[in-house]
Design a protein. Structure first.
Length: 171
């Protein structure tokens, strides 16, 4: 039996409350992802797929919350005290099957994602986001990742520090 991840992107609003802006467990509809589908009611064509973390990446699971790893990852932090109502309801819906809940700020997630996904040597170049981090800084790299990888647009007036990833696992 394998472990699956359940992940959400939350945004801190000006009031200080967090809201869920992206459920990464739902299918993504786009013209650039996944399997072709036809909407019979409108004759529209497009693509349907899941975000890439839908797959079991145990190296990433370990780096995020020491799940299915070698014991070198961080211990899970639990759900944030100020988690959004939507994510809290989703988590409670999993009952006792949910385990190892944790979270990290968006920039921390991007760094972990890049570290796991890219080996730096002559054969495997730096990721797009690592290159942006070097050229333009962490804020730009994280904003670009949020837009490209999870379809969340960060305006120039706001900080990527207002975004976080909340997640847990089930077996």
């Amino acid at each position: 039996m394998g472990a699956d991840i359940h992940m959400y992107v939350e945004k801190r609003m000006p009031s200080g409350n967090w809201v869920c802006v992206r459920n990464l467990n739902e299918p993504i509809s786009s013209k650039g992802l996944g399997v072709v589908y036809k909407d019979k009611s409108t004759s529209a064509e497009g693509f349907m797929g899941y975000w890439q973390l839908r797959n079991r990446n145990y190296e990433l699971f370990s780096a995020l919350a020491n799940v299915r790893g070698d014991g070198n990852g961080p211990d899970p932090k639990g759900l944030p005290q100020d988690v959004s109502e939507y994510v809290e309801v989703e988590f409670q819906g999993w009952g006792m099957d949910a385990h190892s809940a944790s979270w990290c700020l968006a920039d921390e997630f991007v760094q972990i994602h890049d570290r796991i996904g890219v080996e730096v040597d002559e054969e495997k170049p730096l990721s797009t986001y690592a290159k942006i981090r070097i050229a333009d800084g962490a804020e730009s790299a994280t904003a670009q990742f949020l837009q490209d990888a999870v379809s969340v647009h960060v305006s120039e007036e706001e900080s990527v520090d207002n975004y976080r990833f909340v997640f847990w696992f089930d077996n």
